[in-house]
Design a protein around this ligand. Structure first.
Ligand code: SF4
Ligand code: SF4
Length: 370
């Protein structure tokens, strides 16, 4: 399975378009007419924050799809309670839709189709099945709960709005949540015709929304989301088998690691000093230690969301908390958290548009989380 990588230093439309042209999507989409383009629209973040797929990338992909005669719709569902219309405006999607006269679709109001695996039920936007194919247009970032987010995790957005929070409530730790992600992937992977990742300016540190933009200067593309993530996460400095959802997703795609092809120049490439959360040691300690050591480890490895002075009291975090652990009282400078209820899903951290929530880490957590 081929993963294509191209060095593109800035959001130069022509360079991005040339890369898209080389992907031979015309052949792949030969018998498909109606295409859903699904960017990462996590929330109402301006493109320079590097949280969402950059509108120049979306523009280039839509321009190409229109040129080869496709009917395109554009859609994603953000995670919090912000109106999707505000998200479309702030992320630059309105301009792209207007330029190409295409429809922006609303995953929350337009209808869902219920699907299930052996263990899990998923409400999924109907557009996954009411189009002929999906182009997964993801963003290259670190992630506070799952360590890394790229192509596979971007598909979590097919679950409309706050319904996503329920899975955090029921599957709070990253091992359980990885099973949710792979369960969902097993349902939708057949519908994804191609994956293109905007890594021109991605994110490091406290991603997926409160981290630092990082000019990685690359774009990735592959027919397989799992092969793409395997390569891209390795280049960030992760061991993909420690991320817990990439190897199961490769199995779903029926791909052996030895079958992943990348060009010679990228084979051993790693970005320098990316600020990432390495969970390898943490997982090993939790998996292989005797119980008394695990208990000690859990006691000293603590992390939880806390507030800085940037809070604008918008309440988005309060309304996004899946276990109603947050409260904003009149006169307070920011919400408060009932830490006995908090399940550390980090949805509040993810959804705050003002970077007003940071992750407080104990000494041991600081040592294990870069
Ligand atoms: S912490 Fe962020 S999301 Fe929560 S109320 Fe303050 S500004 Fe809004
Ligand atoms: S307070 Fe934040 S981290 Fe805790 S459960 Fe609520 S949303 Fe999740």
């Amino acid at each position: 399975m081929k993963v294509q990588i191209e060095k593109i230093e800035s959001y130069d439309f022509d360079k991005i378009y040339n890369f898209i042209e080389k992907l031979q999507l015309e052949k792949i989409l030969r018998d498909k007419k109606k295409i859903l383009v699904k960017p990462n629209l996590l929330g109402a973040f301006a493109p320079e924050r590097a949280v969402t797929t950059n509108p120049v990338v979306v523009d280039a992909v839509v321009t190409y799809l229109k040129k080869i005669g496709k009917d395109v719709i554009l859609g994603d569902s953000s995670g919090g309670t912000t109106s999707i219309k505000v998200v479309w405006e702030k992320t630059g999607m309105n301009k792209v839709a207007k330029k190409h006269n295409i429809r922006l679709v609303n995953f929350i109001s337009d209808g869902i189709i219920q699907q299930r695996t052996k263990d899990l039920k998923f409400p999924i936007t109907k557009y996954i099945w009411e189009t002929d194919a999906v182009i997964n247009l993801c963003k290259y970032k670190t992630h506070s709960l799952m360590s890394y987010t790229g192509a596979i995790k971007n598909l979590y957005g097919v679950i409309p709005g706050l319904k996503k929070s329920d899975y955090h409530k029921e599957h709070p730790d990253h091992t359980q949540f990885a099973k949710v992600i792979t369960g969902l992937y097993s349902i939708v992977s057949d519908r994804i015709a191609f994956n293109i990742m905007d890594g021109i300016v991605g994110m490091e540190g406290d991603g997926p929304s409160a981290g630092d933009p990082r000019n990685f200067g690359v774009m990735f593309a592959s027919r397989s989301a799992s092969a793409l993530d395997y390569v891209a996460s390795s280049m960030m400095g992760f061991q993909p088998d420690k991320l817990e959802y990439i190897i199961p997703a490769l199995k779903i795609d029926n791909i052996e690691i030895s079958e992943i092809e990348i060009s010679e120049e990228w084979k051993h490439f790693k970005f320098k000093k990316v600020k990432i959360k390495k969970i390898g040691l943490y997982v090993k300690l939790l998996t292989y230690s005797p119980k008394f050591l695990k208990d000690i480890f859990k006691k000293y490895y603590t992390y939880y969301p806390d507030f800085n002075d940037k809070c604008k009291k918008c309440r988005i975090c309060v309304d996004s908390c899946p276990v109603q652990a947050m409260e904003l009282k009149e006169g307070d400078a920011h919400p408060t958290i009932d830490y006995d209820k908090c399940i550390k899903c980090m949805c509040c951290h993810e959804m705050c548009p003002y970077q007003a929530i940071y992750i407080h880490k104990s000494f041991l957590a600081k040592f294990l989380i870069k």
